[in-house]
Each structure stands twice: as structure tokens, then as C-alpha cells.
Design a protein around this ligand. Structure first.
Ligand code: MG
Length: 322
């Protein structure tokens, strides 16, 4: 077997899909925080520079959570200044953003103090995960985020609201759509600019995605403010992405090389790999601005740093040597 001569699929557009998709790259944050190995700060900075050079324009850089919770990202204060200028520099002419995760007001202060202009908060659609991850009820967690979002907005920072367990929860099983709609509404009402619907344990299937996006549209939640964050635990992430695109979603989260398993689903495969996503979108004739060859080379390099191969099918296929 040989890989395709050009390293890209033939572009055959399909009806009813967006012309362009914005990939929200989470490898440096969601990916590395779920890896066993803690990567040196300079390696992380180099990773982010390479992602930017590959054409990604929305690169989540790190997390300002307490180092005790996420020791892999304990160097946020050292890392962010090393990459901050990428966001100002506007390398591609398309606007490059480096959002950072903040768990509370103290995290917000640290992020804004270092010049972050985009932040993300992390809510849960289920009580069990809110309790496990934040030690709060869903509503207590929302109340905790309210001043964070208000203060970020007051400083003109863009705010993304992550919502975990939108499809299934390891303790509660399937998650009712109405429950997800309620928390999405609350996040937008408190001032979040965009949402990211997380399938944290990877159990979503395309019909479920359609149903949730239909219910969100019915509730008046703009699809332009709705991103999706699928995990490939059961091999469904691309099918789910296609279902979301058919509903008009144009923001898709992915992790270079498929970095990051999921601590709540004991499996090697977590985040949708950015390369797998770019392969499908390129084949559909959808513009992403990403150079798949450069991105794949970046993931091969990062896999070497981590000492294990990338789980991404596309990375493996494109980097396969005879
Ligand atoms: Mg994830």
C-alpha cells in the first residue's frame, strides 16, 4: 500500500455543508493535560508555534487552573508569555487567537494579567460530573462562572463556554437533551460568546447530535455560537461532526495527532484528531486554512516527544514509511 501521491483526498463537495470551518485546536491544552507525560515548557511553546505555522488560527494554549489539579499544565505562567506574540502577530492574515482555560476569578486574574484576550470556562451538563470535576452542583458552578464571565467581558475578552457530558455521563448514563439546552441557555445569558458542546466520553452518535442541535435551534440558541467537541472513543467523532455540519455548525474542536485520552473513559482514544478532521473537510471541499502536511509533521514530532505513536489514523497513514 502507498499513501496518496499528494497526501490529500480528492475534493468532492456535498450539498448543504458550510464553505469554511474554523478548527478550534485543543491539543496544547485538552490534549496535553490528559497525557501521562509532562512536556517541557519550551516544547509546548514550539508545539504551539508549529500549529500556528500549519495554519491553525484558534489554538487553545494552556489552562490557569491550580497546578495541583492539572500538574501537566502547571507552567501556564511561564508558557503563555513565550507564545503570546503569535496572537498579536496575525501570521496568516486571518487573525490568530490563543484562548486559555480559567476555572475561577483567580485564574482569570492570572490570565488577563499576562495579556490573554480570550478565555474559556468549563461547565457541566450533569450533576455527577459537576460534583466530580468542580465539587459543585450544576447551578453552583454556573454561579461561580458568572463573575468570571462578567469581568472578562468588561475587559473585552472573548469567552467560550465549554459544556461537558452533553450526550452521556459515566455515572448517569444518557443525558436528556432538555438538560443540555438549559445549561447552554444559562451560559449564553451570562455572556459567553460561544459554546462548545462536549461529548466527554465519546458516546454520541449522529442522530443524537442532530436531535440536540435541533433542540438548541428551537430554543433560539444561534448555531453560529455553537461549536462541537467530539471524542473518538467509539470511532464516532467524524460521523458526529458531519451531522453537526449538516445543522450549520462551523466551529469544530480537535486535537493535533489525537492528543489526550480521557480520564473518565479508560481508553487510548479521546479527542478527535485534527488531521482526521482536516482530511474529511478537505475531501468535502471545505476550507480550513490548514496545511495537512505541516500539521502531520508536527504531530509526528510531538509523538516523538511523548514517546508513543499518534492514535490518529491520518497521521499514521501519511507518515507511514515503506
Ligand atoms: Mg476533549
Amino acid at each position: 500500500m502507498t499513501t496518496p501521491a499528494l497526501g490529500l483526498p480528492m475534493a468532492v463537495p456535498a450539498d448543504g455543508l458550510p464553505a469554511r470551518v474554523r478548527i478550534h485546536e485543543v491539543g496544547a491544552r485538552d490534549g496535553l493535560q490528559n497525557e501521562q507525560v509532562t512536556v517541557p515548557t519550551e516544547t509546548k511553546a514550539e508545539f504551539i508555534r508549529r500549529l500556528a505555522a500549519a495554519g491553525l488560527t484558534s489554538i487553545e494554549a494552556t489552562s490557569f487552573v491550580h497546578p495541583r489539579w492539572v500538574p501537566q499544565l502547571a507552567d501556564a505562567e511561564q508558557l503563555f508569555p513565550l507564545v503570546r506574540e503569535l496572537a498579536d502577530d496575525n501570521l496568516s492574515g486571518k487573525g490568530l487567537h490563543l484562548p486559555v482555560l480559567v476555572p475561577n476569578e483567580r485564574g482569570l486574574d492570572r490570565a488577563l494579567g499576562l495579556g490573554a484576550t480570550r478565555i474559556a470556562v468549563f461547565a457541566s451538563a450533569t450533576e455527577s460530573f459537576a460534583k466530580a470535576n468542580l465539587n459543585r452542583t450544576v447551578d453552583e458552578a454556573l454561579a461561580m462562572f458568572e463573575p468570571v464571565v462578567a469581568r472578562a467581558r468588561a475587559q473585552d475578552a472573548h469567552v467560550r463556554g465549554y459544556l461537558s457530558m452533553c450526550f452521556g455521563d459515566p455515572w448517569e448514563g444518557p443525558v436528556p437533551v432538555s438538560q443540555v439546552v438549559r445549561v447552554c441557555r444559562a451560559l449564553l445569558d451570562m455572556g459567553c460568546d460561544e459554546l462548545s458542546l462536549g461529548d466527554t466520553i465519546g458516546v454520541a452518535t449522529p442522530g443524537h447530535v442532530s436531535r440536540l442541535l435541533g433542540a438548541l435551534a428551537e430554543a433560539g440558541i444561534p448555531v453560529a455560537a455553537t461549536g462541537v467537541h467530539f471524542h473518538d472513543t467509539y470511532g464516532q467523532a467524524l460521523a458526529n461532526t458531519l451531522a453537526a455540519l449538516q445543522h450549520g455548525v462551523t466551529t469544530v474542536d480537535a486535537s493535533a495527532g489525537g492528543l489526550g485520552g480521557c480520564p473518565y473513559a479508560k481508553s487510548a482514544t479521546g479527542n478527535l484528531a485534527t488531521e482526521d478532521l482536516v482530511w474529511m473537510l478537505t475531501g468535502l471541499g471545505i476550507d480550513t486554512g490548514v496545511d495537512l502536511g505541516l500539521l502531520t509533521a508536527t504531530s509526528v514530532w510531538m509523538a516523538e516527544q511523548l514517546g508513543r505513536p499518534s492514535p490518529s489514523r491520518t497521521v499514521r497513514a501519511l507518515s507511514h514509511k515503506e
